[in-house]
Design a protein around this ligand. Structure first.
Ligand code: PAF
Length: 286
C-alpha cells in the first residue's frame, strides 16, 4: 500500500531508522520511463520513495511551469500498482516557504552552460538546489535518474561527488515508445500530427549510430549525417546537436571511446530532448 506524505516532518518521522531507501525524484505526470526507475529501485531497496514536486525554481518565467501536467491521483494509482512504498508530494509552501531560497547550488559552468543550459540559463541551479533538498529530506541510500536528461545526470553526479553527499546515483536507460520516441511528461503537449513526426528525432540519432558502428569517428561528419536526415523533417527546429564527452560534457572532435550525441529540437511549441551513447563498450550504461 502506497503512503502519501506532504509534510517533511511527518516523512522524516516515518523514515527515521529505515534502511535501504531508494528515491526516484520526479515532477509527476508519471510514465513508463519513471516506472522503469521505480522497478530498478524495487529490485535493490527496501523502501521505495517517489517524490512528486513541480519545481518552479527550474523554470524560466517564459517556460511551462503553469502548464506542466499535474495529475496526482493518476500518479498515486500508478505508484500503487508499481509497488511504491511512499509518495512524497509537498506543495510549494512546504519546500520554499513561499519565498526565493537564499542558498542556491551553482553547478560548475563547464557542465551547466552548454547544451540545454544555453537556452535555459539558471535551469540547472534550480535542479541542483531542489535535488539537494530532496536528498536531505529523504536521505536515501540510492537515487535514480534517467539518462534522457543526460546533462542533469552529469551535474548531479558531479554535485554528489563534490559535496560528499552520502547517496549512490543510479543512472537508468532511456525508456522509449515502440516508435523509438524517448518518453517524457512533455510528450503530452504534442498534437496528433506532431506525435507522428517526433520519432524522427531518435531515427536521426540512429543514423549517426549506424555510421559510428561502421567505423566513422569524426564528430563533424556524424553531425552532418544527422542534420541531413533532419532536413527531411522541417517541422523539427534544431536547438542544439552536439557530440560531447558523457561526463565532462565537453565537445569531442573525434570519438575514441564513448561519446554522447545529444539533441534538442522544437516541435511546434514543445521543446524535446534526446540522446544516444556512441560506444563500442556495451558495459557502459546508457
Ligand atoms: O528530472 C526531473 O523530473 C526534475 O528535473 C527533477 C530531478 C525531479 C528535479 O525537479
Amino acid at each position: 500500500m502506497t503512503q502519501l506524505f506532504t509534510k517533511i516532518t511527518e516523512l522524516r518521522e516515518f523514515l527515521t531508522d529505515r534502511k535501504q531507501i531508494g528515491l526516484i525524484p520526479t515532477m509527476g505526470a508519471l510514465h513508463q520511463g519513471h516506472l522503469s526507475l521505480i522497478e530498478r529501485s524495487r529490485q535493490q531497496d527496501q523502501v521505495v520513495v517517489v517524490s512528486i514536486f513541480v519545481n518552479k525554481l527550474q523554470f524560466a518565467p517564459t517556460e511551462d511551469f503553469q502548464q506542466y501536467p499535474r495529475q496526482l491521483n493518476q500518479d498515486l494509482y500508478l505508484c500503487e500498482e508499481a509497488g511504491v512504498d511512499i509518495v512524497f508530494a509537498p506543495d510549494d509552501q512546504e519546500i520554499w516557504q513561499d519565498r526565493q531560497p537564499k542558498t542556491l547550488i551553482q553547478p560548475p559552468s563547464f557542465l551547466s552552460e552548454g547544451l540545454c543550459g544555453r537556452s535555459r540559463p539558471g535551469h540547472f541551479i534550480g535542479v541542483a538546489t531542489v535535488v539537494v533538498k530532496l536528498l536531505n529530506i529523504v536521505q536515501p541510500d540510492r537515487a535514480y535518474f534517467g539518462q534522457k536528461d543526460a546533462q542533469q545526470l552529469a551535474i548531479i553526479q558531479q554535485m554528489v561527488k563534490d559535496l560528499n553527499l552520502p547517496v549512490e546515483i543510479i543512472p537508468c536507460a532511456i525508456a522509449r515508445d515502440i516508435e523509438g520516441m524517448a518518453l517524457s511528461s512533455r510528450n503530452q503537449y504534442l498534437n496528433a500530427a506532431e506525435k507522428l513526426i517526433a520519432p524522427q528525432i531518435y531515427a536521426s540519432l540512429e543514423v549517426a549510430q549506424t555510421a559510428f558502428f561502421n567505423g566513422e569517428q569524426n564528430s563533424d561528419r556524424l553531425l552532418d549525417l544527422v542534420q541531413s536526415y533532419l532536413a527531411n523533417t522541417p517541422q523539427l527546429k534544431l536547438d542544439y546537436l552536439q557530440i560531447v564527452d558523457p561526463h565532462s560534457l565537453q565537445p569531442l572532435k573525434s570519438i575514441s571511446e564513448n561519446a554522447l550525441l545529444a539533441i534538442a529540437v522544437y516541435l511546434g511549441k514543445t521543446r524535446l530532448i534526446d540522446n544516444i551513447l556512441l560506444t563500442h563498450n556495451f558495459r557502459v550504461s546508457q
